[in-house]
Design a protein around this ligand. Structure first.
Ligand code: GLN
Length: 191
């Protein structure tokens, strides 16, 4: 499976490494035309405001909306999750508006800017190592969204059909099982 990583800003190389550990082929996506060549797309962590601006500038908003509408899988991690959300808390403009959820940015506050933990994730048999960095939280989800994990009562992993989202960075550890799950989503779609 060719899995693209949106390479405008953020943790691109780390995702490519995890994709390859999970048995896929990682591709840095810098131009919209490249979307035609990949079986799934990861939107990485970084700074959602910056990535959002660059997405608008290079035509990625509509291109990714079309890509997802074709049933192709899209996985947003941390800032990527913010970019997928239909609604953001506060008066912030949402970006791709693909996933039926309300997201709060920087939801852990200054005291807990970054930390690691082991998370129970539906579909993964033992706890997943997760790194949270100025992480967002999913505050509310619509009917079509399946909650895959909860941390201290808050939703941190979710799936809506071909869309997957995590509040944390699954690419900063050697635990690549969420990437494996995403590659399986791409394989299922191809069949
Ligand atoms: N706080 C960042 C944002 O709002 C996300 C942080 C991250 O991706 N690690 O975009």
């Amino acid at each position: 499976m060719n899995i693209g990583v949106l390479a405008l800003q953020g943790a691109v190389a780390e995702h490519i490494r995890s994709i390859e550990l999970a048995g896929g082929r990682g591709v840095a996506v810098k131009r919209v035309e490249q979307l035609a060549e990949i079986d799934g797309l990861i939107i990485p962590g970084g700074e959602s405001t910056t990535i959002g601006k660059l997405m608008r500038k290079y035509g990625f908003i509509e291109a990714i909306q079309d890509y997802a509408a074709q049933g192709k899988p899209v996985f947003g991690t941390c800032a990527g999750l913010i970019l997928l959300a239909e609604r953001l808390e506060g008066d912030e403009e949402p970006h791709l508006r693909l996933m039926d959820m309300t997201v709060a940015r920087n939801a852990f506050g200054r005291q807990r800017e970054s930390f690691e933990t082991d998370l129970d994730v539906k579909g993964i048999d033992t706890p997943l190592r997760a790194v949270f960095i100025r992480a967002p939280l999913i505050k509310e989800v619509g009917e079509k969204v399946e909650v895959l994990s909860v941390y201290q009562g808050e939703i941190v992993t979710a799936r809506q059909g071909n869309l997957l989202a995590s509040s944390y960075h699954p690419e900063l550890t050697d635990d690549y099982r969420l990437h494996e799950l995403f590659i399986r989503m791409a394989q299922e779609r191809g069949q």
